[in-house]
Design a protein around this ligand. Sequence first.
Ligand code: SF4
Ligand code: SF4
Length: 406
Amino acid sequence: MEYTTAPESHGDIPPMPLVLDPADPLAPVGLRSRLNPPREEVFQGPLEKVYLFWIVGASCDGCTIAVTGATHPRVEDLLLGKVPGLPKVELIHTVTSVESGPEWTENLRMAAAGELDAPYLICWEGSIMDETWSGDGHWMGLGEDRDTGRQITSLEWLDRMAPGAAAVLAIGTCASWGGIPAAANNPTNAMGVMDHLGKDYRSTLGLPVINIPGCSPVGDNIIETASAALLFLNGMAPLPEFDELGRPAWLFAETVHRHCPRAGYYEEGVFAEEYGDKECLVELGCWGPVVQCNIAERGIVDGHGGCMNMGGICIGCTMPGFPDKFAPFFAIPPGSLVSSTTSRAVGQFIRRFRRLSLHDKQRSARWSSSDSPSGWARYRKQPVGVEKVAHRIYSKVQHSKEGSSR
Ligand code: SF4
Ligand code: SF4
């Protein structure tokens, strides 16, 4: 690819000399790291460290914030090399790195030139904007060429570094599929990393692009997938399973609906009428039944929160079709009308039968011929009439194989 981004010039001002003393805290971490070997007391695999480049395209930085919420393991534990079997991670991040400016981009240059002393991974956050659509300017500038002053874009760094990377991870829906910046009629021809690198791309480990979608993704999904890749890189575990779109299969195989805490309401045909109601949200616009995402079971931070746990509908933010195919977000998905109507019709019978059974199971054997002794008086008194007969029949069937006379 030929790069034609805005030619700029230093003019008569020569570039400042780079800080290249490894003992200087403002030097590129690619140099500083050589004076700072991993702690010996921590169990290490054959690989002592890796470099992780977190590079940002068209992003809101939400994925960066999301990953700081990871707890299994925590980002800090990876950076300190405290996780058994995982190499220590030297992070080069656009926001959190100590060095900045040319010293920061020097890390990228060293990676592209093969001058780092350990393998590297790329985590790309945000969608890729098509620089051929940027006219005389550029969408995503990330440092400049020290000799010519030419603006270098994030995309150019990706093209230079991806062939030598041990793995490329697309973090979030924008990086995976294009996301919101790639919505219909966008002026940047935005796309995901996979769209840009193409289906023939392979990292040095032989891996296509790994996608961890979500807007933003669950932080633990990011860390867990990166850790799985690092274990593989370190020769400590086999390559985990990825699906046909490069998603970690163990995280994205199920629909939201299957693990939603409100799924029982759906099954019984009871639906929320407004936000704040505790029932199934499908008639408020929830797409959970057709969306692959694990937030309902995993929560958003340390097992807590997550969309429907907190009362929100699923708008399909992990899916390649997001946002266009899920808009308008707050309208009822047309297909859900059929299933919710069916569920409502069947659910009314299921609900009644379950209520009947629950009343019986709420009474101890000792109370079979008397009222519950609770002073709270919340329990119904003894069943009578049809309910009593139903309980007797149910009990007979339940215990018939035991020869019970109950
Ligand atoms: S709230 Fe959404 S995901 Fe949960 S049960 Fe209802 S339709 Fe399914
Ligand atoms: S439940 Fe839906 S909206 Fe919420 S994170 Fe998952 S895919 Fe996105």
